[in-house]
Write a protein that binds this ligand. Structure first.
Ligand code: HEC
Ligand code: HEC
Ligand code: HEC
Ligand code: HEC
Ligand code: HEC
Length: 480
């Protein structure tokens, strides 16, 4: 007897039957899963440690997929053993004497060989896929495409100034706690997606965003943005000629060290604004304003009664209370039409195109596929039937406009996610949604009788409102 045989002999009491019984397909699958989980763990661990919050969905892997694989493997091995034991007992095949654990032992040899091949396989394939998975999960495309529930946000994101800011930069807070929380959420969201139990549309406001101070101010620090901004809005009437007009406003953005203008009054150093709002943040009956010198003023509406106060949640105002849609802006049909008409994606020289286009856009379509079929067809049919002379002469313009109309729909409405016109409000202004006027309505009063102003020139100078040819643009050298 060699030294090794002697050693193994000591353990032979249980090791030999174990090796013998493990030789079955089910246990082999279990062994394979165990090595796969083990190998993947070693590949993912360093990325987890290094990248932290950058990979919220890696959590799905390390919190869900890995342990699940591991425990399934751990379960299959004994199940296989037990089944083989039962089978051999029943058929009286259970050997009385088992050969020693040497290379001549077929069971032992096969187990070792299988283990070796499985490990090698998992290192090569698993290593490759772990690497590819991690790289892929890092991309915004992963959040937006893999998870089809986020198609609306991803579509809007691709069309935003923040297309180069990764989703996780805004959506996952900094620090270990936010990291773990986001992983649990990620895992929960995956389960919801598999069970098809997630909410449609995804509800807002989102309460788990990274604080604006940590994200926005990485790139837009308050000292930088400011001054005035000239804005020109192109509009088209719903008449036969789609009569164009322009609104010209100078926005008093302010900011920096100036305590003037929009930013100056809300986010300049020292200023703190707290408010109480309903969970949807559409009603704000109470506001507390601390100015740069530290003087506090409370404003409230008649809704702020002791009985009502429990219905509201408190929050400190930041960038996102006004910029609710920095990267997922959805438009209302009128505004989207105006945009497409001014860019020529829809031809403004086609009679009645705005009115007809709006009518078609506002109809309900059960699926995107249905809209793809019906929207362009409806506009083309309108010109074929009502304006055949125009259709005959300008067929290309009609067809291009029909496609332009569909583009608007697909950019803003997602029937599969129950996202339609106005589902996600943008609070930057007050014309499409209540926005600034949640507070600036002259109804919020302080104890000494001051109000939060609705004065039209507090936020902007109205240089022209829906004028067909504003003189001011000529003076500024901006030609129509
Ligand atoms: C510049 C910051 C920023 C980036 C980048 C960003 N988001 Fe958002 N996202 C927000 C804000 C702010 C909200 C909350 C809007 C609200 O509460 O009204 C939001 C809301 C959402 C919502 C909830 C539904 C909704 O429309 O309000 C989803 C889903 C979402 N984002 C997915 C994504 C995905 C996917 C990406 C990357 C492709 C991404 N976000 C990138 C800022 C961002
Ligand atoms: C990684 C850098 C980065 C981060 C983070 C970032 N932005 Fe921006 N933002 C940009 C860039 C780049 C532009 C485009 C600048 C331009 O068009 O002049 C921009 C443009 C904007 C604009 C002007 C859009 C317009 O109307 O033209 C607003 C408003 C804005 N960002 C708000 C925010 C808010 C709010 C946040 C935080 C949720 C944020 N940004 C986070 C880089 C960033
Ligand atoms: C009280 C509401 C409000 C708050 C709070 C607010 N903004 Fe703004 N911001 C605006 C408005 C309104 C505009 C002008 C929009 C327009 O031009 O129509 C603007 C414009 C901007 C622009 C574009 C400036 C330019 O000159 O083009 C940036 C960038 C920006 N905000 C970033 C931020 C950041 C970052 C924060 C948080 C530190 C913030 N804002 C907080 C209302 C706000
Ligand atoms: C949560 C409530 C709240 C919201 C929402 C809000 N503001 Fe304000 N705003 C205030 C308060 C409070 C003051 C300070 C009033 C005062 O002391 O005169 C103020 C002051 C201002 C001022 C200075 C007014 C003046 O007298 O010169 C401007 C400009 C302004 N806000 C613009 C905006 C814009 C633009 C929006 C929307 C994008 C907005 N605000 C949204 C609460 C709000
Ligand atoms: C609290 C600040 C504030 C006050 C007060 C205010 N506005 Fe505005 N207004 C805005 C902001 C911010 C925008 C830009 C919205 C955007 O960027 O889409 C805007 C945009 C507009 C526009 C152009 C947008 C469009 O769709 O045509 C008009 C017109 C306008 N305001 C008229 C008025 C009038 C009239 C008053 C007075 C009753 C007024 N505003 C009071 C903040 C204000």
């Amino acid at each position: 007897m060699t030294k090794t045989e002697k050693y193994l002999g000591g353990a032979r009491g249980w090791l030999q039957p174990l090796v013998h019984l493990t030789n079955n397909p089910i246990s082999f699958v279990g062994v394979f899963l165990l090595t796969a989980a083990g190998v993947a763990f070693f590949f993912i661990l360093p990325v987890e440690i290094r990248a932290g919050a950058k990979h919220p969905y890696l959590g799905i892997f390390s919190f869900v997929v890995l342990p699940a694989t591991f425990f399934l493997g751990l379960l299959l091995v004994p199940v296989g053993i037990w089944l083989r034991l039962r089978g051999e007992r029943r058929r009286h095949l259970l050997p009385e004497v088992l050969p020693p654990l040497t290379w001549q032992n077929r069971d032992f040899r096969r187990l070792v060989q299988f283990f070796g091949v499985a490990t090698a396989f998992n290192v090569i394939i698993g290593g490759y896929y772990s690497h590819a998975t991690v790289t892929y999960m890092d991309s915004s495309g992963f959040c937006g495409v893999t998870c089809h529930t986020m198609k609306p946000e991803y579509t809007a994101y691709l069309d935003s100034p923040h297309v180069n800011v990764p989703c996780v930069d805004c959506h996952v807070g900094a620090g270990a706690r936010a990291n773990v929380e986001s992983k649990w959420r990620g895992a929960g969201q995956l389960v919801a997606m598999i069970l098809d139990s997630y909410e449609r549309p995804i509800p807002t406001p989102v309460t788990t965003l990274r604080p604006a101070r940590e994200t926005c101010e990485n790139c837009h620090w308050p000292q930088k943005f400011g001054g005035y901004r000239l804005r020109v809005w192109d509009k088209f009437a719903e008449d036969e000629h789609n009569s164009p007009s322009k609104s010209v406003l100078v926005m008093r953005i302010g900011g920096g060290s100036m305590t003037t203008g929009i930013h100056g009054f809300h986010v300049a150093p020292g200023i703190v604004i707290e408010y109480a709002a309903n969970p949807k943040r559409t009603e704000i009956p109470w506001v507390r304003y601390v100015d740069a010198q530290g003087n506090a003023t409370e404003y409230q509406t008649e809704d702020w009664t002791p009985e009502n106060q429990g219905n509201y949640e408190r929050r400190t105002m930041d960038c996102l209370d006004c910029h609710t849609r920095p990267s997922h802006q959805f438009q209302l049909p009128e505004r989207a039409m105006d945009g497409a008409l001014s860019l020529g994606r829809i031809d403004p020289s086609l009679p009645w195109v705005k009115r007809k286009g709006l009518e078609i856009l506002k109809k309900e379509y059960a699926t995107t596929a249905e809209a793809e079929q019906q929207i362009p067809a409806a506009l083309i049919e309108y010109y074929q039937k009502e304006h055949p002379e125009i259709y005959a002469a300008r067929r290309e313009a009609v067809e291009r406009s029909a496609q332009g109309l569909l583009e608007i729909y697909k950019r803003n409405v997602f029937p599969e996610m129950k996202v339609t016109w106005g589902t996600y409000p943008d609070y930057i202004g007050h014309t499409d949604f209540i926005g600034c006027f949640r507070c600036h309505d002259d109804l919020h009063k302080s104890a000494d009788g001051r109000t939060i102003s609705q004065d039209c020139s507090a936020c902007h100078e109205l240089l022209a409102v829906e004028e067909s040819n504003p003189e001011i643009l000529g003076k500024l050298g901006i030609r129509p």
